[in-house]
Design a protein around this ligand. Structure first.
Ligand code: OXD
Ligand code: MN
Length: 584
């Protein structure tokens, strides 16, 4: 069991004694440091330069082919009571986990360099930010953390002067999937990760710290750490409203956060505050205020182009690390969904042969600093963050869920979040395309029992005097032939406009048992959109039989979390079930 009273350098020494690195390097975040790291990575083939004329200062990293996604099956929450981790997490006792870690870490950095990365999650002057230190023997991880967090000497000084910090002990190990573990000790503010150098398993500031550990802290301290984008929507009158939206991994959070308004929306602007994680606190004015703990984007590349996400497309033309994309014969990065070029080499570095699967890995990623995004909001650096007007939950649902609906009150909204379900994607290892429940899009990320988490959400209504309204959206509805009914992308602003009008109490809606829907044909902006009348009818309709089954299934699902499911959720569910039964 590590001693939490150890100072930073004593802790580093104790890890070094176990892992036995050849040398230790304290990262200062400087340009000179990046220059050296870059040269070393190029020399070792850990990154490859991309075409400097078309993609200046861009690099390609190919990960181990077995190490390409988050690994939920070996991600553990280590609490002294098993029940506190809940059925939503894998659990290991802290003693067993520490023993396992010591065995796997012993000598694992021999002949390697141990890097010490001091970082800050959140704007550096925010009272809501948190500091952390990640120990790692991978230069690629250092390079990513440099883009994804506020990192360097100035954070180290704060830690050395006694500010609390989250400890992250991480090593690549031998990258053997059988010896891959991601262990979280919320009570110790400690993370241990071994056997993976990729994404959410390896950039410890992101999912491990900013969601799993932070969600635990958030419950104790009365705030929320959520898997949500934060976006500002400015109307032609110049008013900006901020929304926070939870979608499971790879369901379009980055696209929504960087949306470009359609042509008919003259005078509208969209500002990105965050694309993946929101920390939301109750402000002195009784509203919920959100900061983005991250300083960069680790986004899914396939599908990104000038039309689907022009802002992302533009921002990744320079100073970007690409992971697991293909390359063209001109050494440009290439991925499925790109509108030009042809792959010559696939993501594993083999000559590309069509018919041999995708050229870029479906979970290939870009890492880039947030302020390269043309829609980057300067309020991303505000210590107080931005006030949230509406919370959106959404998933990938080919059937059932209408384009948009509004919850009737806070408890109903929490139920809507809790009922979130989506088809699985390549962001996590396992089968894709299967519908699974993913409450609040937090199934892989909530660091404690979901029942307690929902209770925490419900209780927030006592402390937030001006609660955001809660909505559910579904951009992914399909017709019988598997064709999308809604064009999505920039056109999603139409749905957001409806949401904002509802928040201002400016328009009526159609009351149904599942919530308030747009009234078909009125108060929903369709100007300039060519949509078949049938598609619209379907997008705004309720399949009563389907919803009865859905809520029966949800009732069953909640049983797994008893006896901790809040009574308010069960009452909200029973009310909807009664109304559905009686509207037959
Ligand atoms: C991510 C994820 O990388 O959710 O953001 O998997
Ligand atoms: Mn995510």
């Amino acid at each position: 069991m590590p001693d939490r009273t150890l100072t930073l350098s004593q802790w580093i020494d104790s890890v070094a004694q176990l892992a036995q690195p050849e040398r230790i390097q304290w990262c200062d975040g400087s340009e000179a440091e990046w220059g050296t790291l870059r040269q070393e990575m190029l020399a070792q083939g850990e990154i490859l330069p991309l075409n400097p004329h078309t993609y200046p200062n861009c690099h390609l990293h190919r990960s181990d082919p077995t190490d390409v996604a988050r690994v939920e099956q070996v991600t553990y929450i280590c609490t002294s009571q098993k029940d506190d981790a809940g059925p939503n997490n894998n659990w290991m006792s802290p003693d067993d986990a520490h023993r396992l870690y010591e065995r796997l870490f012993s000598g694992c950095m021999r002949k390697r360099t141990l890097y010490v990365i001091p970082y800050c999650m959140g704007p550096v002057d925010s009272p809501w930010s948190q500091l952390g230190v990640e120990i790692i023997d991978s230069r690629y991880v250092v390079a990513n953390m440099r883009l994804m967090t506020r990192m360097g000497d100035f954070i180290l000084k704060r830690i050395q002067s006694g500010e609390p910090f989250v400890r992250g002990q991480h090593a690549l190990g031998d990258l053997n999937p059988d010896r891959r573990y991601i262990l979280h000790y919320p009570a110790e503010n400690l993370i241990q990760s071994i056997g993976s150098g990729y994404g959410g398993n390896a950039l410890l500031g992101k999912k491990c710290h900013a969601l799993r550990i932070a969600s635990w802290n958030a419950r104790e301290e009365g705030w929320l750490a959520e898997h949500m984008l934060i976006v500002g929507v400015e109307n032609p009158e110049g008013e900006v409203f901020y929304l926070a939206a939870a979608f499971p991994s790879s369901c379009g959070k980055t696209n929504l956060a960087m949306l470009v308004p359609p042509q008919s929306f003259r005078g509208w602007k969209v500002w990105t505050v965050g694309d993946d994680i929101a920390w939301m606190h109750v402000g002195p004015d009784g509203r919920l205020w959100a900061i983005n703990p991250e300083a960069g984007y680790f986004g899914v590349v396939p599908g990104t182009n000038e039309i689907t996400n022009p802002n992302a497309y533009q921002m990744i033309q320079r100073d970007t690390i690409f992971t697991n994309v293909a390359v063209t014969s001109d050494n440009d990065p290439w991925w499925e969904g790109l509108l030009s070029g042809r792959p010559a080499i696939d993501w594993r570095g083999r000559p590309y042969e069509s018919g041999n699967g995708p050229a870029a890995h479906p979970n290939s990623r870009f890492t880039v600093r947030a302020d390269q995004n043309p829609a980057w909001s300067r309020h991303s650096e505000d210590p107080m963050g931005v006030p949230i007007t509406a919370v959106l939950f959404g998933g990938r649902r080919a059937r059932l869920a209408p384009l948009v609906y509004e919850a009737k009150n806070w408890a109903h909204g929490v139920l809507v979040g809790c009922a979130l379900a989506s088809e699985t994607t390549a962001a996590a290892s396992g089968k894709t395309g299967v519908v699974r429940r993913d409450p609040m899009a937090m199934l892989p990320f909530c660091g404690y029992h979901f029942g307690d988490y929902w209770r925490h959400w419900i209780d927030l209504q006592e402390r937030v005097s001006s609660l955001p309204r809660i909505f559910h959206v579904n951009w992914f509805r399909q017709d019988q032939n598997g064709k999308y009914l809604w064009p999505g992308y920039g056109e999603n602003l139409r749905v957001i406009q409806w949401i904002l009008e509802r928040c201002k109490d400016r328009i009526p809606a159609h009351e149904t048992p599942i919530g308030y829907l747009p009234i078909h044909g009125t108060h929903f902006n369709l100007e300039g959109l060519n949509l078949a009348p049938d598609a619209l009818r379907e997008l705004f309709s309720i399949d009563r039989r389907g919803w009865i089954d859905e809520f029966d299934e949800l009732e069953n699902y909640l049983l797994d979390y008893e006896p901790r499911v809040p009574i308010e959720l069960k009452e909200a569910l029973a009310r909807i079930q009664r109304e559905l039964a009686s509207t037959g």
